[in-house]
Design a protein around this ligand. Structure first.
Ligand SMILES: [Zn+2]
Ligand SMILES: [Zn+2]
Length: 237
């Protein structure tokens, strides 16, 4: 058997692949350093990546210690392709989930509720709703339709109908008569009506006082004066 001395640690070792790595140009086709020394050298060249001790939840963006207390783990089965274009992994691998336990639980309940909803909607034996709703409506829209139908209206024409009724009501409540054709009476017309009717508030305003500060007889006097002015003006015209 041939022997070879390692140039690093000066040990005399059998010149076999058990103690030396293969190198074509070396003595006996082996490296000059023994396997132990090569490993030592390689290890000294490694860059040690510090293990992560914290993790930021991808949902709430809070950072927690990377432990079982804050994160659930998941197991990826052997044979799963983790990265596109890479060969499938050959061992089951356990890793922490990307969302924290709190967010994970919330998401799970939401998912379960959704599943229940689907079951509920598709099940024909479930308690019938008061009215038939078309599919794809949100609960808010359903509530609105229910409210309208409870009042005895058709949801399709409710907006128009409601506006019509509202107009009739406001028209009936108007203090003065206005020309037709106004849904909302312009301010200028209201002012003109108030001025024509010479309300107490209008006269107090003319005097430059608050209505409650003006005695009734003063109001009357001012009204008479205004009326006189207007009559004179009308005669001139
Ligand atoms: Zn050696
Ligand atoms: Zn979270």
């Amino acid at each position: 058997m041939n022997y070879k001395v390692c140039t690093k640690c000066d040990t005399n070792l059998p010149a076999t692949t058990e103690f030396f790595h293969v190198q074509k140009r070396g003595l006996y086709n082996l490296k000059s350093n023994c396997k132990k020394c090569t490993t030592k050298y390689n290890k000294s060249k490694w860059i040690i990546v510090p293990k992560k001790t914290e993790k930021t939840c991808s949902h709430c963006k809070e950072t927690f210690p990377l432990t079982n207390e804050y994160f659930y783990t998941k197991t990826t089965k052997a044979g799963t392709v983790v990265k596109k274009g890479c060969p499938p992994i050959n061992k089951d691998s356990v890793s922490f989930r990307s969302v924290c336990k709190k967010c994970n639980s919330k998401q799970t309940t939401i998912r379960e509720k959704r599943k229940l909803m689907i079951k509920y909607i598709d099940n024909p034996f479930v308690r019938k709703t008061k009215y038939d709703y078309s599919k794809g409506l949100t609960s808010m829209e359903r509530q609105r339709i229910c409210r309208i139908k409870n009042k005895g209206y058709d949801p399709e024409t409710y907006d128009v109908e409601w506006k019509k009724q509202w107009l009739e009501k406001t028209k009936a409540n108007r203090k003065y008569d206005y020309p037709d054709g106004y849904d909302v009476v312009p301010k200028s017309l209201i002012q003109k009506a108030v001025s024509d009717h010479m309300t107490d508030a209008f006269i107090a305003n003319r005097l430059g006082f608050k209505l409650e500060d003006v005695p009734v007889d003063v109001l009357e006097l001012k009204r008479k004066q205004l009326k006189f002015y207007r009559d004179v003006k009308n005669k001139k015209n």
